[in-house]
Design a protein around this ligand. Sequence first.
Ligand code: SF4
Length: 722
Amino acid sequence: MPEVKSTCCYCGVGCGVIIETTANQSGDLVVSGVRGDPAHPANFGKLCSKGSTLHLTAQPHLQKQGRLGFPAIRQNREDDPIQVTWPEAIDTVARRFAKIIHQYGPDSVGIYVSGQLLTEDYYLFNKLMKGLIGSNNIDTNSRLCMSSAVAGYKQTLGMDAPPCSYEDIELASTIFITGSNTAFAHPILYRRLEAARQARPEMKVIVVDPRRTDTAKDADLYLQIQPGTDVALYHGMLHIMLWEKWLDESYIASFTVGFEELKNLVRDFTPKAVAKICGIEEKDLYQASQWFAQSPGTLSLYCQGLNQSASGTAKNAALINLHLATGQIGKPGAGPFSLTGQPNAMGGREVGGLANLLSAHRDLSNPVHRSEVANFWGVEQVPEKPGLTAIPMFEALRTKELKAIWIVCTNPAQSMPDLNAVHEGLKNAELVVVQEAYANTATTLYADILLPATTWAEKIGTVTNSERTISKVNPAIAPFASAKHDWQIALEIARALEQLLTNHKKDGLTTLFPYNSAEDIWNEHRATTEGRDLDITGLSYQILEDHGPQQWPMPKGAAHGKKRLYEDGIFPTKDQKAHFIATPYTATAETVDARYPFALNTGRLRDQWHGMSRTGTLGTLFAHAPEPSIEISPKDASRMLLTNGDLVHVTSRRGSEIFPVKISEDIANSQAFIAMHWGSEFISGSAGKHPSRGVNGLTCSRIDPISGQPELKHAAIKILPV
Ligand code: SF4
């Protein structure tokens, strides 16, 4: 039966899949299987437990149970939604948005999108908001996972471009995994790392993590640091490298600026002081510094442990400092490699799908960039005022400064930190539009208008994975019920809004949205990249179909993309040098005290994905962890007379939730771990009406001042028996 090449819709590894289909009794194609694509450069045919069960999540009986099939409108929030036609839904969204914009101005509305969207969807939403409505109030759930990585790359290297490739894992001599449980969060990459170690047993793996994860257990050297002390650790490593003369002086002199200031800053980060701050042995700090600096190639892999922090940008920059100081960048097996969480967080960054960015890695704060994009789109201007980023956007709903929000392909009523405030914001909103594939999320409960969207195996477009590889996403089956592609819904609403907000039609001007297909949108995105660091003018849908996935940049005339950036030591900054950033170490936003004596850490499990809309439908994936729990150390459990399964109240400054206890040797004393996946619908089975909100009822919404990313990873809590 027909087979279609596409990608896995879960994590940023971006594995290629082959979707197998079969015809049902009515002759319609249904998904019958999935296997890894042997030709895809991310996974070469392998899939993890989530990817290899994707076909089961697309079974017709599960679709009927869980999918949103028809547009619907609620007259009152307490009422059940009433099914309407697509024209009625589109017209209602456009008219209600236009009315609010006319009454309160363009900044009274916002769009909150997702790293699960395809690049074409993302591009269109961005143009709709910044080019048509005239506000920059569009942000994405990628703000919660990648914005500190973006800011870190831009501060130091000049552009938001991960300089490495997956093949660097096979070429590295030392791999420094910091703030990432790669074994669980990026399983196929971890398989590549395991295979590389087997082939070259001399390879060293250092893991830095407050929790003894499966990744940490495999390490040659494990640094179990205190939560949030990463900047102190990196400054301490640089201190030792300076003292031991392990730096690459020639690289520093030729290709960087700002080292003197950093040198002065790290002077105080003596091994003794850093060992104390981080809670590690001096000898381990010394060993990590030596392996990092002296190996022929050191590759850092990092993720949310660095990013989800009120000092996330500083953590990213301090790590990149180490690579620049040792010349561990721009050569095989070396470099700072930020792993993306979601499948297309990279694509969103490429089209400028955040409140402070513009198309093709342009900056909203740059007047030249604003005018380039305005000229490109054929609009008078792109507004200068920065838009609301994720946390302030929901806060503005709470204070009623923002009147309307259009939420696309994400579940903020479960995934945002400090959920009580987010729910209050959604309650206060004059208009909530939710565009979703799934019917019963915590957010759909607040929707005044529901717009059904396509999902995996139905969608068409492109995604970019962590190593800058663009892959084609192809539909294998027809959209469920009357669901439409995200770009199609955005396009229809954009055209309707254009009629209501502008005189384009009356003046005989062409529409801003002249597209007939996803490819038309992608071609416009491609044109905006000309001459930029991510230039893909040499790429086309046809090339992706004929020759498979390609890495950017791939300008006109290039036969293929670029595996490694900055090999020539020239950086995309004004002075063409990389910049050292000297940021002092600061502790977590919330430190533990007598009232809240435990440091809470959050993270992923191996077999679940984010809010579980998809993975939560499969019994087989629950075998690994059937219910949420709070993990604490044996010593803390014994001190509080707790045993496995005992229920406890877990309380932070923002809320209180009940969890069963799981005693784990992997957790340090006075620390705790709760997985991020469970929201109220999975805890209570009552579709969000239960007062429990999962771990995000507890988490902290303090943001990094540069990236705007919230500190989802750390909160101070107390634990009391029920
Ligand atoms: Fe999907 Fe990520 Fe697993 Fe690959 S590693 S199969 S992209 S979840």
